[in-house]
Design a protein around this ligand. Sequence first.
Ligand code: SAH
Length: 247
Amino acid sequence: MLDSSLKNKFEFILVEPSHPGNIGATARAIKNMGFHNLSLVNPKDFPNDDALYRAKGAKDILDNVKVYDDLSSPLEDATLIFGTSARTRTIPWPTKTSSELGTVLKKTLESSNAKICFVFGREISGLSNEELQMCDYHIKIPTDEDFSSINLSHAVQIISYVLKMELDSIDSTQEIKDETPTFQDNEYLIDHFDKVMRQIDFYDQENPKQVKTRMRRLIKRLQPDKLETGILRGFLAKIEQILNKKN
Ligand code: SAH
């Protein structure tokens, strides 16, 4: 059985929810499954009585909600990020089905700084491409193909249920290993690659053909560890040093 401190490593993030009722229903949904951490990015109307009414016995979750101005703030120290979407997007991202979730979670929970985020989008338009590209994996809950958009709080309920089922079968006494690079560490690495690529005119800046997005996808798919990230950053710094000597 999973001890509750492992569930504290999970955070549910709603981006610009417009209906306070959905925020309350989400608080109730996650508490039913034993989770506690709820964050909101630019909620349209919160705090609000409707949210309180729909939360029922989950008022404590609403009392502890964290509110942010942008999505990168709650993600900064995240070590694994899942973006949820009813649609597949132009540049396909690594996806995970619920049956594959257990293996990824187990590996992430081994790291001493594990923080796993699940990001949910706006009721009307979902998550933007840019927000989805901040995530390591995408999850699309299987639905009828002609009617794929699930109510926000219902989507949270399904994901948190699947998560509970997976977590209940993970041994909470598993060995804790080293730190994993965070979202912010990966951002520095992606920006460093982009900076050096520009410096050596690797791509046409007028027509970048999504090179940076593809680099971002590559790094998120490979998930280099701290040592590998250090080697790549050192390698890029050395190139910069040589270029600077030439100029
Ligand atoms: N019209 C929007 C749907 C928004 S529904 C769109 O097409 O993207 C609000 C949020 O609920 C979504 O951003 C997503 O986080 C979640 N959601 C809804 N249906 C989903 C599904 N089938 N799979 C995964 N997440 C879903």
